[in-house]
Design a protein around this ligand. Structure first.
Ligand code: 4AD
Ligand code: MG
Length: 456
């Protein structure tokens, strides 16, 4: 991959040099090139200056040695401060010890803007300080690696569905009604009427799958989550496929293929970033098909075993009672002995969304799935088969006290050629946190939004 179309530019001493991205530097071994970037770090040792320059594609050590460089150039190197924008020009040398395998023997330097008092230093800062400086924190190597993984995963998601014939249907963000329950809606004024920020594109995908067969959406979703957990954002990006003529078994297979493909892509293309994050990739390499599948009742039996109950008590985790939704502790217990995600199906309908198809063999259970990631990462995917019978759906809307009038269009889909269909949703921040092996979701999105953060 060519990272920058190389071009020519004047370097500090007015000679013409090739400009290259650091990621491409190996193509220019033995030649003189110019690199444009920012000063990441600097070391000085007698008559040597080591400038670590970053340009977004990598890190390059440019070495200035006096008397090889004129005094003025050496002084310019001394002047450069952390995060000053600059060009360095010099000869590319192979060096096995250098990050990326190459170094530059510096010939000239041009400082574009001298940065004064860059607030983020290599010393430890608290999370609040760093989040207040998110606009700058993006430049730090760990954050940089994380967001590159996110970018690769986003592209892999689009490729996965595009290659399988899914049509991208962008769902609206301003909506007249709730999808995932009314308690986490952001309300806004819409020319005197109420509108809500979308919690999920699903309701809009269901009609679209009746038009196109296989569709997906991938965009921002909003939940007014009052919880301050490490796994909740108020704005996150969700990818949602929806398939006509699909029941729960087809949805499970799709989710499994999807996760395997994304993990494979991250391992294939994000090795350096995973290394920066010190991720133990051997655990990701074990993510293969088939994923273990268990019903909610199997899970409940496991979670009510005396030894598990004791452990929950010791860890101050809320006790699990059959009928409850699974909590963080419960999800960890179910996944910890395994090195791949677990698919938990057939939850009690009472604790799930109104649109889920009941199991014909046991109507108090829903034909649904939560995919739980290993290593304590918990739910990454939620999905289900949808109710396709008009009257049953109408009854469910009423039971959930949802405004039937606002759902007429959604009910229409059950009037004109209704078929079983289903899909799932995955929040990419949860997925990226797992892949990258980081604790808190807030670092997996460029500008996190949480209960107490709307800045910057
Ligand atoms: O399980 P959820 O609520 O399912 C839905 O929204 C369905 N309508 C999806 C569908 O079937 N089309 O959310 C799906 C996923 C979760 O598994 C999780 O990955 C993510 O969205 N998610 C969140 N991510 C970050 N912060 C939050 N507050 C999240 N809530 C859900
Ligand atoms: Mg869920």
């Amino acid at each position: 991959m060519i990272l920058t179309p190389y071009n020519c530019g004047l370097s500090g001493d007015n000679t013409l040099s090739i400009t290259t991205a650091i990621g491409d530097i190996g193509r220019w071994e033995g030649q003189e090139v110019r690199v444009r970037g920012w000063l990441y770090n600097k070391r000085e040792k007698g008559r040597l200056q080591f400038l670590i320059v970053r340009d977004g594609t990598g890190y390059l050590q440019a070495v200035a040695f006096q008397p090889d460089v004129p005094g003025a150039v050496f002084e310019e190197c001394q002047k450069a401060t952390q995060e000053s924008s600059l060009d360095v020009t010099g000869t590319v040398r192979k060096d096995a010890r250098a990050p990326g395998g190459f170094e530059m023997s510096l010939k000239s330097v041009t400082i574009h803007q001298l940065a004064h008092g860059y607030p983020i230093s290599p010393k430890e800062h608290g999370p609040d300080f760093l989040l207040d400086h998110r606009h700058l924190w993006l430049r730090s190597s760990k954050q940089h690696a994380l967001l590159r993984i996110r970018s690769e995963v986003s592209q892999a998601i689009r490729d996965f569905f595009h290659e399988r014939g899914f049509v991208l249907i962008d769902s609206p963000i301003l909506t007249p009604a709730a999808c995932e329950g009314t308690s986490t809606l952001f309300e806004t004024d819409y020319f005197g009427d109420k509108a809500y920020l979308s919690q999920s594109g699903q309701l809009y995908l269901e009609p679209a799958c009746m038009a196109f067969g296989k569709v997906y959406c991938f965009g921002p979703t909003f939940r007014a989550e009052k919880s301050k957990t490490r796994r909740h954002l108020t704005e996150f990006w969700m990818v949602e496929p929806e398939v006509a003529y699909a029941g729960l078994p087809e949805i499970l297979d799709l989710a499994e293929d999807f996760v395997v493909a994304l993990v494979g892509r991250a391992l294939e293309r994000c090795r350096d970033d995973l290394k920066t994050l010190e991720r133990d990739v051997t655990r990701l390499e074990r993510v293969r098909k088939p994923f273990p599948r268990m019903t909610y009742d199997d899970a409940a039996a496991l979670l009510t075993r005396p030894e598990v109950v004791e452990r929950a008590k010791a860890q101050d985790a809320p006790p699990f009672r059959p009928g409850d939704d699974l909590g963080g502790f419960d999800e960890t217990v179910l996944t910890e002995p395994l090195d791949r995600p677990v698919m938990v199906t057939h939850y009690p309908a009472a604790i799930k969304a109104f649109y889920m198809q009941p199991d014909p063999a046991r109507p108090d259970r829903a034909l649904c799935v939560d995919v739980l990631a290993p290593e304590g990462y918990g739910e990454i995917i939620g999905g289900s088969q949808r109710i396709h019978d008009h009257d049953l759906l109408l009854a469910r809307l009423e039971e959930h006290h949802l405004p039937v009038k606002a759902f007429q269009w959604y009910l229409d889909i059950r009037k004109y050629g209704s078929v079983p269909h289903g899909g799932f949703g995955m929040g990419i921040e949860r997925f990226v946190a797992w892949i990258a092996g980081i604790h808190h979701l807030r670092e997996t999105i460029p500008y996190p939004r949480t209960l107490n953060r709307l800045y910057p």
